[in-house]
Design a protein around this ligand. Structure first.
Ligand SMILES: [Zn+2]
Ligand SMILES: [Zn+2]
Length: 239
């Protein structure tokens, strides 16, 4: 049994690590095409970003691997595979619930990590990227990585979700984590500046967090930032 858990954790670590390299690599390549020279002179920083991100992959991989084993071998989680186990309308609802709950956890732990004494210990690594690149998506100190790594593994015990929707949650998490740091806006202006865009976080919003620190703490949605008065809007520089 211990061996099964070990291999599940190892497999997940490899998957998370490769997923990071593939996604960040893809968007770094896109950056070299769309904004040539944007990462000029940042080679040493990018090496650090990759180092911390791969360390984070192990921290994300272990709880994910343990939970995957519990799901497969023990059936303990609330992940389901039968499309009819819940009404079909629940599919988008569960997706939104996961994103909202993850966003809520992220917002408050992120604010906590901006308290000066915790910032130095847990969050300075992430902000050492100035400006961040597509490789900074998982560039976290182990303490910060741990706070991020436990959210989805905890939620699958609480909120039912179809395995395909869970895959979609992870896809959105991965793509937004990379693109919010890559230094340019991939979404069209009409969307970023629309009514819906007013509630969504993309690169134009998160870049401002990296420039100004004490605003724009959210992950996917601007709900908590707006509610708590920490939303300063999009970056004044056009990305
Ligand atoms: Zn960031
Ligand atoms: Zn921060």
């Amino acid at each position: 049994m211990l061996l099964a858990i070990f291999f599940s954790a190892l497999a997940m670590t490899l998957i998370v690590g490769l997923r990071y390299l593939a996604t960040s690599g893809l968007f770094a390549f896109a950056t070299s095409r769309v904004r040539p020279g944007l990462y000029k002179g940042l080679d040493a920083q990018i090496r650090r970003e990759i180092f911390w991100s791969l360390a984070s992959a192990a921290i994300y991989g272990v709880p994910a691997g343990v939970v995957a084993w519990m799901w497969r071998d023990l059936g303990w989680t609330r992940i389901y595979t039968d499309w009819n186990a819940f009404p079909l309308w629940y599919l988008p609802v569960s997706l939104f619930l996961y994103l909202f709950l993850h966003d809520t956890w992220f917002y408050w732990t992120h604010r906590w990590m901006h308290i000066p004494r915790w910032f130095k210990r847990a969050h300075a690594v992430h902000h050492a990227s100035r400006p961040p690149t597509a490789w900074a998506a998982m560039s976290f100190h182990p303490i910060e990585a741990l706070t991020g790594a436990i959210v989805i593994p905890a939620l699958v015990f609480l909120v039912p979700i179809h395995v395909a929707m869970l895959g979609l949650v992870l896809l959105i998490m991965t793509v937004m984590g990379v693109t919010n740091h890559m230094g340019w806006e991939m979404f069209p202006r009409w969307l970023v500046h629309s009514r819906a865009g007013n509630w969504l976080i993309t690169a134009s919003h998160h870049q401002r967090h990296h420039d100004e620190y004490l605003c724009n703490f959210g992950l996917y949605f601007r709900f908590w930032d707006k509610l708590c008065g920490t939303d300063r809007g999009l970056s004044p520089r056009s990305l």
